[in-house]
Design a protein around this ligand. Structure first.
Ligand code: ADE
Length: 245
């Protein structure tokens, strides 16, 4: 997959994605990345890429032309028009099925906005998808673009390695994990994990998953895949919760 990120902060994209799992995927050639500096396409002698909003108001708006020239440069040798994702809190919230959709593309362009926004006409002209990473407003689209790229790397999405990255099994949160030492600042590893009894360990882990999900993400319980045992344990937990109220 080829990722092209149109941005005013290419160094941020390069530094972020050349690290850890995405860094390895880049080094091994599973993905390609070009972080394109929109400012390089400014025709202004001071390399400005933004201007005051028509109609007045606070802040600056990114101009359409430098973005269009960057887009033309990136797409000139592509056989078909690529999908262009504008990362914006006004978009649909990114999720696993969107990631699966995007991962089918050979080329994917991310457009990162800044300042108060981007001239609407460039969005109408080139953007195919408006995507947000959640209901909070960041100062730019770079972190959201990196979040999405890291979710689209082969090996993270849909293959045997993906279990490592999965926080959800049966739509429940993962149980707590422990490693050495056995005691850390007075906190001991639960005895059951040291017992070597795999049946008991599996049962304890399942119960911890259920407990943690009920406490932290009760909304997930609705869609979780639960056994009769799970239901019984949850009932016990809920009763305990009510009693402590
Ligand atoms: N740009 C600013 N905030 C954003 C968000 N939450 N998601 C995507 N792009 C953004």
């Amino acid at each position: 997959m080829n990722f092209h990120v149109l941005t005013l902060f290419p160094d941020m994209i390069e530094a972020g994605l050349h690290t850890s799992v995405t860094g390895r995927a880049l080094k091994n050639g599973y993905i390609h990345l070009s972080a394109v500096n929109i400012r390089d396409y400014s025709k202004d002698k001071h390399k400005h890429v933004d201007d005051y909003p028509y109609g007045g108001g606070a802040g600056m708006v990114m101009q359409p032309e430098p973005i269009y020239l960057a887009y033309e440069d990136v797409t000139q040798n592509m056989e078909k028009k690529p999908r262009v994702v504008y990362v914006t809190p006004q978009g649909s919230v990114f999720n696993q099925s969107m990631a699966e959709e995007f991962s089918k593309e050979e080329d994917l362009i991310f457009l990162c906005g800044h300042y108060e926004g981007v001239d609407e006409r460039i969005l109408e002209e080139i953007v195919t998808d408006y995507v947000s990473i959640g209901d909070y407003v960041l100062t730019g689209g770079e972190l959201p673009a990196m979040v999405m790229v890291s979710r689209l790397v082969p090996g993270v999405l849909n293959n045997e390695e993906s279990a490592e990255f999965e926080s959800f099994h049966d739509n429940l949160l993962e149980h707590p994990q422990y490693t050495r030492p056995v005691e850390f600042r007075g906190r001991k590893v639960p005895d059951v994990l040291l017992s070597g009894h795999h049946g008991n360990i599996d049962k304890w882990r399942r119960e911890q998953s259920l407990k943690r999900t009920l406490e932290r993400r009760p909304d997930l319980i609705e869609t979780a895949i639960l056994s009769k045992e799970d239901e019984k344990y949850l009932k016990k937990l809920k009763k305990g919760l009510h009693e402590s109220e």
